[in-house]
Ligand binder design. Sequence first.
Ligand SMILES: [Fe+2]
Ligand SMILES: [Fe+2]
Length: 343
Amino acid sequence: MLLAALHQSCSTRGPSEAKRRQVVSRAAPPTVNTSATHWSGGSPLILSNGQITELREHAAELPDELLVCLVGDMITEEALPTYMAMVNTIDGIRDETGRSEDPYAQWTRQWIAEENRHGNALSQYLYLTGRVDMKQVERTVQHLITSGMDPRSENHPYLLFIFTSFQERATKVSHGGTARIAKRCGDEQLAKMCGLIAADEGRHEAAYTRTMDAIFQTDPSGAVLAFADMLQKQIVMPAHLMDDGRHSTLNDGRNLFKDFSAVAEGAGVYTAQDYCSIAEHLIGRWRIADLQGLTPKAAEAQEYVMALPPRIRKLAERKAVRKAKAQKTAVQFSWLYDRQLAI
Ligand SMILES: [Fe+2]
Ligand SMILES: [Fe+2]
């Protein structure tokens, strides 16, 4: 009941559009350094023939679970047109011409250019391993971009920046997780590539959270209402509509994204506990507990946000216990030439 009331209040009683525009215009993000030397995520893939042989030798030893995580991460990165479209749906932020000098439009183009290299690097790596059915991977990318994604930002810039702050941190965690496993497997080259991508995500996260810092300072009530709204709706996973055209047929109607997520969870690459930790981090970062002078509705939202992480954590723990007790199922992945994984 409280949630429903809160959701309604978040949707209808936020700041007026004119106020939002003013606040958002003052919070413009920093421009990023996009010189060729700055971004290095792609460079480990500019390889000599000897290095390619070495890459394939290392890749031959990698567990299939890691390959599934890398493919899922790559597919998420490759749905870039969706993310650019998502930002450009928002009044006051969108690139009005395709080459606008507005700071938000410039930032978005720079951000997308950098994200583009993440997908390229991972795609080239996976192709070179020879262990992944790239036709099926590309088919999944094709479907995902065609499906699009609704982050539920409702033409509201605060909602969008909360979403991007959250998701940049989530991708940092995920690429950091694959880097850790690659290192454990002794594949320094792959660990370096994933680590560099994770570092990029960290810079993107910093830019978006700083933009929200400024919004929280100028309009704390509107910002906390938006934060509560996004958490209440749950942060949408960008690749949740992925489909390879075969997974459900191969596996009695199972869902590809859920199975990819289960593999990532089992490998410790991205877990339900990470979701909770990110929410806690943002609550601390934006000092939600210390916000003062809020409207009554915003004070309710503040209370809701503060109480949420322990509830999510408890649910995640219960789910993990149930999962540990459940019998594993053999699931085939077309990405791996139909090889099976126990989920
Ligand atoms: Fe990325
Ligand atoms: Fe990013």
